[in-house]
Design a protein around this ligand. Sequence first.
Ligand code: ZN
Length: 285
Amino acid sequence: MIVDIHTHVFDPKTDFSPQLHADLLRCGIDPSVWGDVKGDHLKNTLAADVSVVFGLQASATGWHVPNEEVAAHVAKARHRLLFFASIDPMQPDCLEELEKCHFELGAVGVKMAPLYQNVYPTDSRCYPIYRYCVKYNLPILFHTGTSFTANVPLDYSRPIHFDAVAVDFPDLCMVLAHLGHPWEGETISVIRRHANVYADISALYTRPWQFYNSMRLVTEYRADHKLLFGSDAPFTTTEGSLDGIRGVNAVIGKSGLPPIPEEVIEGIINRDTLNLLGLPNPKLR
Ligand SMILES: [Zn+2]
């Protein structure tokens, strides 16, 4: 079974603030290239058996993707989509939002993004969310690594901060997205020492040399069993990501550099992600 742990739905016209549009423009990113994000999501994720879907709530950087709309989208394909609620620890009612998403909208996990939310993952305002997730066995997928947004300290996104969270919450199941690029080594050092901390490799194949080096590093540390497959749709598609990941060795050509072993690549793609994260199998509901 192929599980895509990282896919988005949003509408840039209604869900992005003017500031966020300005950040995208400054970095040369045109939202129209993503097409009809929600309309195309079902097609873009068809190559996975199961896909996790989330929006983003991050008032500090202008993301306002309503959890209700993500849940309504998931309801269109309940046999293969799982809903993660995006929770912004900077909102005073964030626990109420989490309870609503969990009990009324069917959320089976949480998405957080400390960089976009302008908060350290170790901030005390995040801890009630972590306690709730431990109590109800909800995994949290965190954005980690760099981004195009300005006006917020990049340090919030450093993988090393999640090490401290894992020490305080050893039972909290966490996924560090994008292998924390460009701090992949730091992420590997965190995931290999905590039983319940994983990382996804979403969107990394689009930088072939960096992706190859990250995969070598994770292989040499023998931490590849902690990596999960993800696409980051709509920024890629599930099918395009599978092709890109399977093509990781193309960049070394005939250089003699050591390839990424096929069993490492297929191990990530076919990882038993639902069981590892304690997620329900939507095909059985
Ligand atoms: Zn993403």
